[in-house]
Design a protein around this ligand. Structure first.
Ligand code: PLP
Length: 360
């Protein structure tokens, strides 16, 4: 068909070129990330308010299964423009998976530092499969990031954590996509907060579209930390952050100040949710919406439930919740929080008995 090619998705850099700091076309490193679906849920909307509309921005459908790919395509492309041959990051898991994949694509070496025993199995397998040099550090994410900062200063290796401003640039494209699909920003945006790069990026994206005259309003940004890892809510760094939502197990977020700015400028909130509330939302999404996200992602929906319970009204509003990563990243938690499977002998009578199906 004539001109069909222009309808093909070519990744966030080519699609949003004028908003992104990439100059050389032949240095673009992409796995065609972005263009993730905005999935509506009438069922949840009916629970939350009258004439409320709710959409999930399902970032688990990016090439490596999380939103980190949006920032990584820009960070790695920039590193390529600058002639880098190696990249490094500290990670709770998804940054390392994404860095490893994009580095492999670019023909670069990837070094990833992860907290020992505290990353979900799927993420570890990704970094390994993409050939990264994986260092399991006897420490937490915050300590790993400190080491990465020091190495990046002294050695020939590009840092691709979200302290790299190109990561934030790429991640802001999720806001553009939401505005492009809805025709306007939502009234409320909910998302989990870990190192706080994503809330910073979304807010930057919404503001840029607004400044360009593409949209006429701005959403309230509502970010949620896990109770055991809630430095922004408590107002001080957490030395030993804990939560089963390992992607947000961060005690001293790199983008702390800009997250607070996003909250204040948008008249939103940054609050915390307990692991129990996270698991409740995680299971709700799996069972009632049909979306399998990872536990950290469900903090956005847990936050929405919490605000509703505390008396917030969302009647007539459009709400977007970002689901940051795919549930397959963390099969251990999925199995842990689900009903056990049945084990039966391969005999029709026993199976019939156990299933209690109605006769035709
Ligand atoms: C990285 C990550 C987060 C936290 O995002 P920040 O930008 O660090 O606040 C949340 N959920 C998932 C699945 C992630 O990979």
């Amino acid at each position: 068909m004539d001109g069909g090619k222009k309808f093909l998705w070519q990744g966030v850099i080519r699609h949003y070129r004028e908003y992104l700091p990439i100059k050389k076309d032949d240095c673009i490193v992409t796995l065609l990330e972005g263009n993730t679906p905005l999935i509506p849920s009438r069922r949840l909307a009916a629970e939350i308010g009258k004439n409320t509309e709710i959409f999930f921005k399902f970032e688990g459908l990016n090439p490596t299964g999380s939103f980190k790919d949006r920032g990584m395509t820009v960070a790695i492309s920039r590193a390529k423009e600058e002639g880098a041959s190696a990249v490094i990051c500290a990670s709770t898991g998804n940054t390392s998976a994404s860095a490893a994949a994009y580095a492999a694509r670019a023909g670069m070496k990837a070094i990833v530092l992860i907290p020992e025993g505290k990353i979900a199995l799927g993420k570890l397998s990704q970094a390994m499969m993409h050939g990264a040099l994986v260092v399991q550090l006897e420490g937490n994410f915050d300590e790993a990031l400190e080491i990465v900062r020091a190495l990046g200063e002294k050695y020939k290796v590009e840092i691709v954590n979200s302290i790299n401003p190109y990561r934030i640039e790429g991640q802001k494209t999720a806001s553009f996509e939401i505005c492009d699909v809805l025709g306007q920003p939502p009234d409320q945006h909910f998302l989990p907060v870990g190192n706080a790069g994503n809330i910073t990026a979304y807010w930057k994206g919404y503001k840029e579209y607004n400044a360009k005259g593409k949209t006429k309003s701005l959403p309230h940004m509502n970010g949620f930390q896990a109770e055991g890892s809630a430095p922004i809510v408590r107002g001080y760094p957490i030395k030993n952050p804990e939560t089963l939502a390992t992607a947000i197990r961060i005690g001293n977020p790199a983008s702390w100040k800009s997250a607070e700015a996003a909250r204040d400028e948008s008249e939103g909130v940054i609050d915390m949710v307990s692991d129990d509330e996270i698991v409740k939302a995680y299971k709700y999404l799996g069972r009632n919406v049909g979306i399998f996200c990872e536990p950290a992602s469900a903090a956005s929906v847990a936050g929405l439930f919490k605000m509703k319970e505390k008396g917030a009204r969302f009647d007539g509003q459009k709400i977007v919740c970002t689901l940051t990563g795919h549930g397959l990243k963390d099969p251990d938690n999925a199995i842990k929080f689900s009903e056990p499977t049945l084990k039966l002998p391969a005999k029709i009578d026993t199976v019939v008995n156990a299933l209690q199906l109605e006769k035709r």
